[in-house]
Design a protein around this ligand. Structure first.
Ligand code: C5P
Length: 349
C-alpha cells in the first residue's frame, strides 16, 4: 500500500525526460507533461489485466474447458443484465476513484496524500453502519479514530518521499487544492464502493467471487476505456496509447491489479472494516521488514503511531472486555432478551 503510493507518485513525477536538477519553469512542466504516460490509459490497462486474471481463474475452475467458460460468461454477463447493472455502480465509482488517485498524486506529495486518504477508515465505518447495519459501539468508534490518528502519525514520520519531493515540479505546488479534493472524493468512493460490493457479495453467497469480479470487471473495462477516449483522445492519437509506459508504470499497473484482487478476497473472507485495519497494520509490518533488511530507523513519531495502531486493533477486537459465554439455545429461547442482544453484538465483533 505504502509502496504502491510511492511507486505511483514516482511514476507521475519521474518521466523519462524529466531532469531532476533543473529549475522549475513552465517549459519544464510542458516537457514533463508531454513525456508523462497518460494516466487514464493506465487505469484501463489495469482493469483489463484484472479482468484477464479473473477469466483465467474461472478457466482453471472449468478444467480448461472453453465451452464451459463461454457458458459461465453467457450466464453471468449476457443472461444477468440486472446483476451487471448492479455491479456497474461500484465499477463506475472505482473507475472514478482510480483516476482521482492518479490526479491526486500528480498534484500532491505522497505524505499528504496518505494522510488525507486515511479518511477512508472513517467513511468505510460510516457506510458499514448505514448500509450493512453493522453495530459499532463507542469503543469501536474510538478504536477507529485512534487507528486514523496512529496511521497519520506513522505515515508522516518517515521521509519515504524524499527523492520524489526533491524533484522540482511547479505542477505539484499549483494544484494542491485539486489534489486534496481528489483524495477526499476518493476516500468517499472507497468507503461506499467497498461496502456496496460487500453487501452484494454476502447477500448472495452462492455466486462465486470470481463471477462477481467479472460482472464488475466488464463495466470497469468499458467505462475506463470510454473515459480514457473522452478525456485523452487527442494525446492518445498524438503519442499512442502506451506512450511513456516505463518499467515503473508497468509495475504500478501490476501492483494495483494484484492489490485490487486482494481487496476483493479480503472483503469476501472478512469485511471492509477489517480490511482498513489490515491495510494500516501493513505499515507496521513494512517498517519491521525495512528495519531488518534495509536499516530503516523509526523516529519517535513513528513509534507513537505504531503503538496507537496496535492499541486500536486490540481495542477494536474487544481487548479488556469481559468475556461472554455462548448460551445454550434453550436458555435463549426461555427469554433472556438482554443476553440475546449481547450475543448479536458479539456476532458483529
Ligand atoms: O483504496 P481501496 O481499498 O478502496 O481500493 C480498492 C481497489 O480495489 C480499487 O482499485 C478497486 O478497483 C479494487 N477492487 C477490485 N475488485 C473488487 C473490489 C475492489 O479490483 N472486487
Amino acid at each position: 500500500m505504502v509502496g504502491l503510493v510511492i511507486l505511483m507518485r514516482y511514476s507521475r513525477v519521474n518521466s523519462p525526460n524529466s531532469k531532476p536538477n533543473s529549475k522549475p519553469n513552465s517549459s519544464n512542466d510542458d516537457d514533463l507533461q508531454s513525456s508523462l504516460y497518460i494516466s487514464s490509459t493506465a487505469v484501463f490497462t489495469m482493469e483489463l489485466l484484472k479482468f484477464f486474471i479473473c477469466t483465467l481463474v474461472l478457466f482453471h475452475s472449468t478444467n480448461y474447458s472453453f465451452p464451459h467458460l463461454f457458458q459461465i460468461f453467457k450466464n453471468s454477463l449476457i443472461d444477468s443484465p440486472y446483476e451487471v447493472l448492479k455491479l456497474s455502480v461500484p465499477s463506475l465509482l472505482y473507475a472514478l476513484q482510480n483516476n482521482l488517485l492518479y490526479c491526486a498524486l500528480t498534484n500532491l506529495d505522497a505524505a499528504s496524500y496518505q494522510v488525507i486518504y486515511q479518511l477512508k477508515i472513517l467513511t468505510t465505518a460510516l457506510f458499514s453502519v448505514t448500509m450493512l447495519h453493522k453495530k459499532l459501539t463507542v469503543r469501536k468508534w474510538f478504536s477507529l479514530i485512534l487507528l486514523s490518528f496512529g496511521v497519520i502519525l506513522a505515515q508522516t514520520s518517515t521521509s519515504q518521499d524524499s527523492h520524489v519531493a526533491s524533484i522540482p515540479t511547479d505542477l505539484a505546488k499549483k494544484n494542491r487544492l485539486v489534489g486534496t479534493l481528489c483524495v477526499v472524493m476518493a476516500a468517499c468512493t472507497s468507503g461506499f464502493s467497498g461496502v456496496y460490493f460487500e453487501k452484494i457479495l454476502k447477500g448472495s453467497p452462492k455466486v462465486s467471487l470470481w463471477i462477481r469480479n467479472i460482472q464488475m470487471g466488464l463495466p470497469s473495462v468499458l467505462l475506463s476505456l470510454l473515459s480514457s477516449l473522452l478525456k485523452d483522445y487527442s494525446p492518445i492519437l498524438r503519442s499512442g496509447f502506451f506512450h511513456g509506459y516505463t518499467t515503473t508504470v508497468w509495475s504500478v499497473i501490476l501492483v494495483q491489479a494484484g492489490g485490487g484482487l486482494l481487496v476483493a478476497l479480503v472483503v469476501k473472507y472478512a469485511d471492509n472494516v477489517l480490511k482498513v485495519f489490515a491495510a494500516s497494520f501493513s505499515i507496521v509490518v513494512n517498517a519491521v521488514v525495512s528495519y531488518v533488511f534495509f536499516g530503516f530507523v523509526p523516529d519517535g513519531r513513528f513509534c507513537v503511531g505504531t503503538v496507537a495502531v496496535c492499541c486500536s486493533i486490540v481495542i477494536y477486537s474487544g481487548g479488556g472486555q469481559k468475556k461472554r459465554t455462548i448460551l445454550p439455545l434453550n436458555r435463549l429461547e426461555q427469554g433472556g432478551k438482554e443476553e440475546k442482544e449481547n450475543l448479536i453484538e458479539d456476532k458483529d465483533s
